[in-house]
Design a protein around this ligand. Structure first.
Ligand code: ATP
Ligand code: MG
Length: 297
């Protein structure tokens, strides 16, 4: 549902962004679900609420490691003009400080997957970082690596870049801070997830500058910005199932879909099973019932 009361700035595959005032934005996570970067026509109910609930959880949990842009997830704190949409926004919106976004996706990888695995297989490196021989798909890396990427235009894929490219653009000091902070956040989050039986294979952060300070922005450590695997299904040498999207991927593949738009509609049982996985991710990672998140928001 679009929000008419506030100026609409942009919509990505999943999130809609609105202007609130000079200093604030409203980020609204929809229930849209994408696979292979294409949005399916069928929404997954509550998915956006899980994404927002998890971002809020992580921002709070990481507060000692990094400041962040979040002001409030409570609908009571939203401007009066959106009062009509309060029920729609409940649990899925974040009122945030406007920041000057650093123009790189700050990716940290702790396991070999996706484009990292592809590059390793052909070149023995991941984003130019040399790795030991003999690693297999999904292997845990000797230590987590920072593999920044440029932010792609809609429809384009992000492009991995070397740390030097980041340094040329934002300066050596900020580039090093981005690297150190991203890795520290990943290490803390991966340890927490591991204790809940979930592997955080890799994840992507966005940072911004606010009054000269580096703050964590955007969504953080959600299933959409991260590759989460169920630890009990992890077998190095095979592609682990996605914690949250596997039913959608399996269904989409089974239709013979060639991964170009439009993506197939999802049957009821795939929607229900996927919704349950998102809720499970929320509950396992936060240790709280999902209903409690909705009640608080
Ligand atoms: P996609 O899947 O295509 O990335 P999405 O649904 O994640 O789309 P985005 O298009 O990424 O949505 O929308 C979020 C946008 O908001 C990003 O461009 C991000 O850089 C920006 N953003 C996040 N937090 C802030 C902030 N505090 N100040 C300014 N911009 C922000
Ligand atoms: Mg995005």
């Amino acid at each position: 549902m679009p929000l008419d009361a506030l100026p609409h700035l942009r919509s990505g595959k999943v999130r809609d962004l609105y202007d609130v005032d000079e200093d604030h934005l409203l980020l609204v996570a929809s229930d849209r679900v994408s696979t292979y970067d294409v949005v399916h026509p069928t929404p997954v109910p509550d998915k956006g609420r899980v994404l927002t609930g998890l971002s809020a959880f992580w921002f709070a949990r990481l507060a000692e490691l990094t400041p962040n842009h979040l002001v409030s997830t409570a609908v009571a704190d939203l401007p009066d003009v959106v009062a009509d949409a309060a029920e729609h926004l409940r649990g899925r919106s974040m009122l945030v400080r406007k920041v000057e976004i650093v123009p790189f996706e700050c990716v940290v990888r702790g396991h070999l997957a996706g484009s990292g695995w592809q590059e390793y297989r052909t070149d023995g490196t991941v984003c130019g970082v040399a790795l030991p021989d003999g690693l297999v798909e999904a292997d845990r890396l000797p230590e987590p690596i920072f593999t920044p990427a440029t932010k792609a235009e809609p429809g384009e894929h992000d492009l991995n870049v070397a740390l030097d490219v980041v340094a040329d653009r934002v300066g050596t000091e900020l580039a090093e801070l981005l690297r150190a902070r991203s890795i520290a956040i990943y290490v803390a989050a991966a340890a927490h997830a591991a204790a809940q039986g979930i592997i955080l294979a890799d994840t992507k952060f966005e940072f911004g500058l606010l009054d000269g300070e580096l703050v964590l922005a955007d969504e953080v450590l959600t299933p959409d910005s991260s590759r989460y695997w169920p630890a009990d299904a992890w077998r190095p040498g095979t592609t682990p199932p996605s914690f949250d999207k596997q039913y959608v991927r399996d269904f989409a593949t089974s239709t013979g879909w060639d991964k170009s738009p439009p993506a197939p509609a999802l049957p009821e049982e795939v929607v229900e099973a996927t919704r349950a996985k998102y809720v499970e991710a929320y509950e396992r990672l936060t240790g709280d019932p999902f209903a409690q998140w909705l009640a608080r928001a």
